[in-house]
Design a binder for this molecule. Structure first.
Ligand code: NI
Length: 167
């Protein structure tokens, strides 16, 4: 396994739209393992492939308190949603910033597992929020896009400043 480099906002590569995975093979499973290792090391509760510069529709998530329940979703699609709630979100690509974002409270999501088998999952609360946040990444969308332009610009300026001093 290997730790992958996480791209930081406002890197333009985070804006690319990812393409569906056509075959779930050993290379994809290796990527899933590397993404999970990278997410746990960060530490974070979710990571999408474009955040590690791979434009494939793949996300990994673990919202369990012990961090022992990894969820891999390939080609995820939200098939239904219900309710609206406000949740405070952060992102491994926008470290140090947390803001309230409005999301569906309950969702049903469909995708492939690490063996390429289709499955459906019903989620609510933090898990539902996390899945919606990660699927956004696959479409080049970030949680800062839900904020006011003033807030977003402030975060962007701070992120650009951080980058000048990081090695
Ligand atoms: Ni994120």
């Amino acid at each position: 396994m290997a730790l992958l480099h996480i791209l930081h906002y406002p890197d333009p590569r985070l804006r690319l739209v990812s393409t569906p995975v056509t075959a779930v093979d050993d290379a994809i499973r290796q990527l899933l393992d590397d993404m999970l290792e990278t997410m746990y090391a960060a530490p974070g509760i979710g990571l999408a492939a474009p955040q590690v510069d791979v434009t494939k529709r793949i996300i990994v998530i673990d919202t369990s308190s012990k961090g022992d329940a990894p969820l891999c979703l390939i080609n995820p699609e939200i098939v239904s949603h219900e309710g609206v709630g406000m949740f405070e979100e952060g992102c491994l690509s926008v470290p140090g910033f947390h803001e309230n974002v409005e999301r569906a409270q309950q969702i049903k999501v469909r995708g492939l597992d690490r063996d390429g088998q289709p499955f459906e999952l019903e989620a609510e609360g933090l898990l539902a929020v996390c899945i919606q946040h990660e699927i956004d990444h696959l479409d080049g969308k970030l949680f800062v896009d839900y904020l006011s332009e003033i807030k977003r610009n402030r975060i962007q300026k701070k992120m650009e400043k951080q980058r000048r001093f990081s090695m």
